[in-house]
Design a binder for this molecule. Structure first.
Ligand code: GLU
Length: 451
């Protein structure tokens, strides 16, 4: 059997981390088993589906590298891959149910007669869950009356306006697209008995189901688009790496059952399996996600890092082709967890003037004789003949000696005067890049500010 999995988003919003994780698991499962990964767009809800949303979802999947073997833009033997274009197929399947006497009209809608028997979902993650749809659906809670009332357990599969309902088209397409494994969020587990009843009505062996636990926000409730880290395009904008985001999403609900946490895509492809999917909900942790991404950044080659950081530099007004950029990037590399943080670390090197952080200035002002310290720095650095790391260190040391203090005493004031802040990249390499003239100019400017 060739494994066929699918991601079946409804294009009604952004690509959310929960949806992207579902796509990833389907993609990994197909790759791991030499199978096919399909993308099917569940756009039967015309009022809520938009082309903008579709584009965002496609762009997000492509950015993550979760390319589909069949689907929009790629084609394939089971197309079209938009449900809105498959109405003829649904009509054909409805006719089968009609011929078997399994549907009837009810106030303009079409209902499917659910069987009166126990239906057992044998889920690869959640285990066995049994339901009798007839019994379970024959009463419903009425919010207005605040009590249970009688209900028709038969499932509406076609609305009075002619539109087909999710359960029906979802099953028809899984049959038509020969899906072997349905990997989706646990919120669909309760729908699965209905889906199994439809598979049986069509006389088709159902695919295997694997419902993956929900991804909760740090406060333990369902993650919403307003939660930090919820939307995939925001990762792209913030300078995460697709491999870092995929790695973190893989860990959100799956583990390799050893201590390994950092995985390349190739490793995930060879190690991911449904047996490692947790049965309890996961909790989203943005700091962990950033850490994972930072580990992926560390594993890039220098050339890759430079190339990927380029657009983030350009956006911050730093020309990526500036000859100082490679060295500056080397100073930033170990300090960032996303590419978007790079300009803040090294931006001062390329800026026309220093932006002073008030708290940093206040901190160095606490020191006695700050003016004398800056004066000594100006004198010694101006006299430096060798503008290298060693040459600058020697000059600062001689400035310190002239004041009878240790070299360390001069470093923080020098950093704040030339870089604007107590934090940031290593000072001396930054001074090398700034050059002697600019360094002395910045020290003089700072001397003016504190005077
Ligand atoms: N369109 C459904 C959703 O977005 C897909 C359900 C499924 O994967 O079967 O939740």
């Amino acid at each position: 059997m060739t494994v066929r999995t699918r991601f079946a988003p409804s294009p009604t919003g952004f690509l959310h981390i929960g949806g992207a994780r579902t796509a990833l698991y389907n993609w990994l499962y197909a790759k791991r088993h030499g199978g096919t990964f399909l993308l099917r767009v569940e756009d039967t809800d015309a009022d809520r589906s938009t082309t903008e949303s579709m584009q965002i979802i496609l762009d997000g999947l492509r950015w993550l590298g979760l390319e589909w073997d069949e689907g929009p833009g790629v084609g394939g033997p089971c197309g079209p891959y938009f449900q809105s274009e498959r109405v003829g197929i649904y009509d054909r399947y409805l006719a089968k149910l009609e011929a078997a006497g399994l549907v009837y009209e009810d106030e303009g809608a079409i209902r499917f007669r659910v069987p009166d028997k126990l239906i057992t979902v044998s889920d690869l993650v959640c285990g066995e869950v049994s339901t009798n749809l007839k019994e379970a659906g024959s009463r419903r809670y009425d919010a207005d009356l605040k009590r249970e009332v009688e209900a028709n357990p038969d499932i509406v599969i076609k609305r009075p306006n002619g539109g087909y309902i999710f359960h029906f088209v979802n099953v028809v397409d899984d049959i038509e697209m020969a899906i072997t494994h349905v990997i989706r969020g646990e919120d669909h587990l309760s729908n699965t008995p209905k889906h199994l009843a439809l598979f049986e009505a069509f006389g088709v062996t159902p695919p295997q189901f694997a419902h993956i636990p929900l991804n909760l926000n740090p406060s333990g409730t369902k993650m919403s688009k307003r939660d930090q880290g919820a939307l995939i395009h925001e990762y792209q904008d913030a300078g995460f790496l697709p491999s870092g985001v995929n790695n973190y999403m893989a860990l959100l609900g799956w583990s390799a059952k050893d201590d390994q946490e950092i995985f390349t895509m190739e490793e995930l492809k060879s190690r991911f399996d449904l047996t490692g999917v947790n049965s309890s909900n996961s909790k989203f942790d943005f700091d962990k996600c950033r850490w994972v991404n930072g580990e992926h950044l560390k594993r890039l080659t220098t050339e890759e890092f430079e190339q990927l950081a380029g657009p983030f530099l350009a956006k911050a007004g730093i020309a990526p082709e500036d000859p100082r950029v490679p060295t500056a990037l080397g100073l930033a590399r170990d300090r960032v967890q996303t590419l978007g943080e790079v300009p803040a670390i090294i931006g001062t090197i390329f800026a026309g003037s220093v932006t002073y952080d008030e708290a940093s200035v206040a901190k160095v002002k606490e020191k006695a004789d700050l003016a004398a310290v800056i004066e000594a720095l100006i004198t010694s650095l101006e006299a430096a003949s060798d503008w290298s790391i060693d040459g600058i260190k020697a000059a600062v040391t001689s400035g310190a000696e002239s004041l009878g203090v240790k070299m360390g005493t001069l470093m923080l004031p020098c950093r704040v005067a030339t870089m604007g802040s107590t934090s940031g990249a290593d000072l001396v390499p930054v001074l090398v890049l700034l050059g002697k003239e600019e360094t002395v100019k910045r020290l003089r400017g700072f001397g003016g500010i504190i005077a």
